[in-house]
Design a protein around this ligand. Structure first.
Ligand code: NAD
Length: 474
């Protein structure tokens, strides 16, 4: 039986216990996973700490060369990584191929960026030479979710390591294999031992140990709002900076003048990609009353053409991550007190899909905006619909949840687009599009219960460094 082990100080490390890695497409085991805990986390943090001194003083150009090689290795092994990702998550293979390509892009992007990342000089007075340095934080801890395992790994690790930090990653319980595979590739590409360590395990064990570890200088967390606040509390206890990338309930706001066929394409993709298990899924359709019927018809038409099957068969829609998640989505449907289920609404009636954790694409129209189904993240292929009369009502509905991750406005009125871009409570606003090429270059993160701090883009280098001001009397 293959066992996915921890990867610490450049070596595979076994744990006393293992757990099963379940394939969500079939319910069968994909192998065992080392159940890392406090001991493995201690070992990984100590190895990262030892590596810090040399890595932080490695010139940025040399760090950049290693990151570029990692990108090349990820590209070379794209197919192998994509298969692992599809098996672990159940997502269609073509989506995993994109995830592998975007992961490589993170390493390439930060290889370029770190070479041009400097401090400033500050003209305080003629007898003082004042400058700032951007210094790495030290050992960074990263706790990741299961929905985009490889992308989340690379978007955290690439800027952290580029900036001169050494990292310890706790991948999600359900999806440990690509993180370990990427760390092994990074070592082969020339990253020194200890700069990047991976400890798989259960959240309440390995995750809790990492977030509370006294020798970790920063915690990045990607996951649910509930666990995010537990992790942030542990970080606050020892005054370690934290970034929380949490859930969302992102609105697609469609005005009467929008290009409906184009909007439909994006609306459908933004809720069906990865079976709706995307933090930035466009899970609420807010539509002007004048085009409500037409847009809903177009969306349902597309939903009815969707093919469903195991990730590795690369249909349009794969399974949810687990039985637990499937039950959770079913439960959400029962929170719908007012709306009409226009399509889907349950597990597909297809015997061949019984062993997997599938859920049909679902449209629910006219939900109560205050109800749980309209307020909370469902994390499944379910879109709720509400119509609005005017701009103010659209903004009120859009901002009327506890979350604020991303939002989209569909309109050909440029002034309205900019008014909404300013009014919407979100970390990203898209106009007449949704998501953008993996978004490596775009600062990403939420407001309200979607979290705080920013990953991606140049800003991530600020996240992973501290500014030091140096003042010299001349
Ligand atoms: P989760 O909070 O259950 O788990 C996330 C991670 O935290 C896992 O690695 C888990 O093992 C770990 N964990 C669990 N309990 C812990 C504890 N007590 N201490 C420390 N770590 C612990 O979330 P999930 O169900 O895996 O992921 C889905 C959520 O992630 C959704 O809400 C989704 O929106 C969010 N997400 C957000 C982003 C973003 O960038 N904003 C990206 C992807 C996913």
């Amino acid at each position: 039986m293959t066992v996915t082990q921890s990867f610490i100080d450049g070596e595979s490390v076994a744990s006393a216990e293992v757990y099963d890695n379940i394939d969500p497409s079939s319910g069968r085991s994909l192998g065992a996973v080392a159940r890392g805990g406090a001991d493995e986390i201690d070992h990984a943090v100590a190895s990262a700490r030892r590596a810090t001194r040399r890595w932080r003083s490695t010139p940025p150009a040399d760090r950049a060369a290693v990151l570029t090689r990692i990108a090349e290795f990820l590209e070379r092994d794209q197919e192998r990584l994509a298969v692992l990702e599809s098996e672990d998550t159940g997502k269609p293979l073509s989506q995993s191929r994109t995830d592998a390509a975007v992961s490589a892009r993170y390493f390439r992007y930060y290889a370029h960026a770190i070479d041009t990342y400097y401090g400033h000089t500050i003209p305080l007075s003629t007898d003082l030479h004042v400058y700032t340095r951007r210094e790495p934080l030290g050992v960074t801890g990263h706790i990741l979710a299961w929905n985009y395992p490889m992308q989340l790994f690379s978007r955290a690790v690439a800027p952290a390591v580029a900036a001169g930090n050494c990292a310890v990653v706790k991948p999600a319980d359900e999806t440990p294999r690509t993180a370990v595979a990427c760390a092994e590739l990074a070592l082969a590409a020339g990253l020194p031992s200890g700069v990047l360590n991976v400890v798989p395990g259960i959240g309440a064990e390995a995750g809790a140990a990492l977030s509370a570890h006294p020798n970790v200088d920063y915690i990045g967390f990607v996951g649910s709002t509930a666990i995010g606040s537990v992790v942030a509390r542990a970080a606050a206890e020892r005054v370690a900076p934290a970034t929380l990338e949490l859930g969302g309930k992102s609105p697609q706001i469609v005005f009467g003048d929008a290009d409906l066929p184009r909007a439909t394409e994006f609306i459908v993709k933004a809720i069906l990609q990865n079976a709706g298990q995307t933090c930035s899924a466009g899970s609420r359709l807010l539509v002007h009353e004048s085009i409500h019927d037409e847009l809903v018809r177009l969306v349902i038409q597309r939903f009815s053409q969707v093919t469903i099957g195991p990730g590795i068969e690369d249909r349009d829609l794969g399974p949810l991550i687990s039985r637990k998640q499937q039950r959770r989505v079913e439960e959400f449907i029962s929170y719908n007190t007012k709306g009409e289920v226009l399509c889907g609404g349950g597990v597909p009636r297809d015997e061949r899909l019984n062993e997997g954790c599938y859920f049909s694409p679902t449209v629910i129209d006219g939900v109560d905006p205050a109800s749980r189904i309209a307020q909370d993240e469902i994390f499944g292929p379910v879109i709720t619909v509400n119509s609005f009369r005017d701009e103010d009502e659209a903004i009120g509905l859009a901002n009327g949840t506890p979350y604020g991750l991303i939002a989209a406005v569909w309109t050909t009125d440029l002034s309205r687009a900019h008014r909404l871009a300013a009014e919407l409570q979100a970390g990203q606003v898209y106009v007449n599009t949704y998501g953008a090429g993996g978004g490596v270059e775009l600062p990403f993160g939420g407001v309200k219960k979607s979290g705080y701090g920013r990953e991606k883009g140049y800003e991530a280098l600020d996240t992973f460094t501290a500014t030091k001001a140096v003042v010299v009397h001349l």
